[in-house]
Design a protein around this ligand. Structure first.
Ligand SMILES: NC(=O)c1ccc[n+]([C@@H]2O[C@H](COP(=O)([O-])OP(=O)(O)OC[C@H]3O[C@@H](n4cnc5c(N)ncnc54)[C@H](OP(=O)(O)O)[C@@H]3O)[C@@H](O)[C@H]2O)c1
Length: 252
């Protein structure tokens, strides 16, 4: 199969391309670094020409992650991709989204991912949306966003994070299959109270800032009560545990 990975230089994309090549497929890496801009549409038609599947693992650059801009990025890049795929007759659009993005409308970023899903569903194109939980690689950044005045204030949510390598492997495998015209959830092997997850990260990187459980703390703009970001019972679970990942990744 010829499979185009849009966002191929990113945390997840750079794991998908070698996984596809190892499985005997032709993997085409696309991003602005290769002259393909999904937001403006530049180079897209040429990139998806002859593809059997297109994988969207895009994330906007840091100057486009605020407010309406992130919503516009995901909506417009998805519309551009789907239009190019329609003209090229691509038989499978695979997009990476986030578990629970439909349950936290106050979070601008997560709600933008849900809006992106709606664009795909309305397109009439054959698709699979893969909703992943938070990446282990992203948890330290999450902790930093929760820091206020020298303390890390943690909402009462729960998370079931997973390794980026496991996300990439799952997306690569799903892109080789038929479209399900629906959603597949993927998640790590263990769920944690966010406060426990934060404490593990702080111990790992020897960060002494106090960790405070705070029901009013906001997670990317939203409050959490508990299960919003947890996968459902049909989620496909990966095997890498957070402790195993921490042991293999010295804090940077
Ligand atoms: N972080 C989490 O815990 C989590 C959990 C579940 C799902 N997700 C989702 O996973 C997806 C991938 O995340 P990631 O962390 O792998 O992202 P990332 O590391 O920031 O990579 C983003 C990729 O998008 C490309 N890109 C950005 N703007 C582009 C444009 N206009 N046209 C073409 N390519 C463009 C970048 O390459 P260039 O700069 O070369 O263009 C890069 O390859 C995101 O949609 C995110 O919402 C994240």
């Amino acid at each position: 199969m010829r499979i185009v990975v849009v966002g191929a230089t990113g945390t997840i994309g750079r794991g998908i391309v070698p996984a596809l090549v190892d499985a005997g497929h032709e993997a085409v890496a696309a991003s602005r670094a290769t002259g393909v801009d999904a937001f403006t549409g530049a180079g897209l038609v040429e990139a998806v020409s002859g593809a059997d599947a297109v994988v969207d693992v895009l994330r906007p650059a840091s100057d486009q992650v605020a407010g309406d801009e992130v919503r516009e990025f995901f909506a417009r890049s998805t519309e551009n991709l789907l239009a190019a795929e329609r003209s090229a007759g691509v038989a499978h659009h695979v997009a990476l989204s986030v578990v629970g993005c439909d349950r936290v409308p106050e979070s601008g970023f997560l709600h933008a991912k849900f809006a992106q899903e709606q664009v795909i569903r309305a397109s009439g194109r054959p698709f699979t949306i893969v909703r992943a939980t938070q990446f282990f690689e992203f948890v330290a950044h999450i902790v930093d966003t929760l820091a206020i005045d020298g303390a890390v204030r943690v909402p009462p949510g729960r998370q079931q994070p997973m390794a980026a390598a496991d996300v990439a492997a799952a997306v690569a495998r799903i892109s080789q299959g038929d479209p399900v015209d629906g959603t597949i959830e993927i998640a790590g092997p263990e769920a944690f109270a966010m406060v426990d997850l934060v404490r593990r990260v702080q111990a790992w990187r020897r960060d002494l800032r106090p960790v405070v459980a705070d029901p009013a703390a906001r997670y990317f703009g939203t409050t959490l009560t508990g299960p919003e970001l947890l996968p459902g019972p049909d989620a496909q679970l990966s095997s890498t545990t957070f402790d195993a990942w921490l042991a293999e990744h010295p804090p940077g």
